[in-house]
Design a binder for this molecule. Structure first.
Ligand code: 5RP
Length: 223
């Protein structure tokens, strides 16, 4: 199977999971990226079973609305039984690096509300130790240089994502060269730097379920 076919397979598997596990009339959390897009397309035929969705980005909101799926403001939602999203890397503890698409902050907020986080990936995203993929850090623009210096002190090499502004009006520093042996500790440490909105480590709140698409089909791994 090609990588696109693997993404479609996990997107369909996640829609089946939602159909099976989310109570009728509930609100589904929806992530961002090419794999999440496959999930949205697979979810569309089931839209009458759900009240609507909460989107983790403007791009996702547009795609959901394009399918006629109502998109709710998170402030009007108390319970999200399931959040489905992709990842850039995921380890054996279901800790993730996210934010390749720049939506990390809203993704982390929706994940914080969700009861179950289902991560959907093709097998290339599964790693033993995270860090090959540069860690995205969302930063308030005026703090960019200060945050870059602080990230360098932690051993990383931050690079500004050129020409990119997040849905929240901020910039992204992509950090190479970090040794991510303690994902939870590093997530907390980077978030303490003044000017950081959040970083793309999802270890304090990892995934609960991983649906991994590989040559033998989709395997489901519970955390
Ligand atoms: C966006 C994300 C995405 O989930 C991540 O980048 C994976 O994207 P794709 O499914 O396109 O590989 O975190 O901010």
């Amino acid at each position: 199977m090609t990588q696109d076919e693997l993404k479609q397979a996990v997107g369909q598997a996640a829609a089946d999971y939602v159909a099976q596990h989310a109570p009728a009339g509930s609100i589904i959390g929806v992530g961002t990226g090419s794999t999440a897009n496959c999930f949205i397309d697979a979810l569309a035929p089931l839209k009458d079973r759900f009240r609507g969705a909460v989107a983790s980005s403007e791009a996702t909101r547009k795609r959901l609305e394009g399918h006629g799926i109502p998109v709710l403001d998170l402030n009007d939602v108390e319970d999200i039984p399931i959040y489905v999203d992709g990842a850039d890397e995921i380890d054996g503890g279901l800790n993730m690096i996210k934010g390749g698409g720049g939506a990390l902050t809203r993704e982390k907020i929706v994940a914080a509300v969700a009861r179950t986080f289902v991560c959907i990936c093709d097998a290339s995203k599964r790693v033993e130790v995270m860090g090959r993929f540069p860690l995205p850090v969302e930063v308030i623009p005026m703090a960019r240089a200060h945050v870059a210096r602080e990230l360098a002190k932690l051993g990383g090499t931050p690079v500004l994502r050129e020409g990119f502004v997040t849905d929240n009006g901020n910039v992204i520093l992509d950090v190479r060269g970090l040794a991510i042996t303690d994902p939870k500790g590093l997530e907390a440490r980077i978030n303490q730097i003044t000017g950081v909105v959040t970083n793309g480590l999802f270890a304090v709140r990892p995934a609960d379920v991983l649906m991994l698409g590989g040559a033998d089909g989709v395997s489901t791994i519970a955390g």
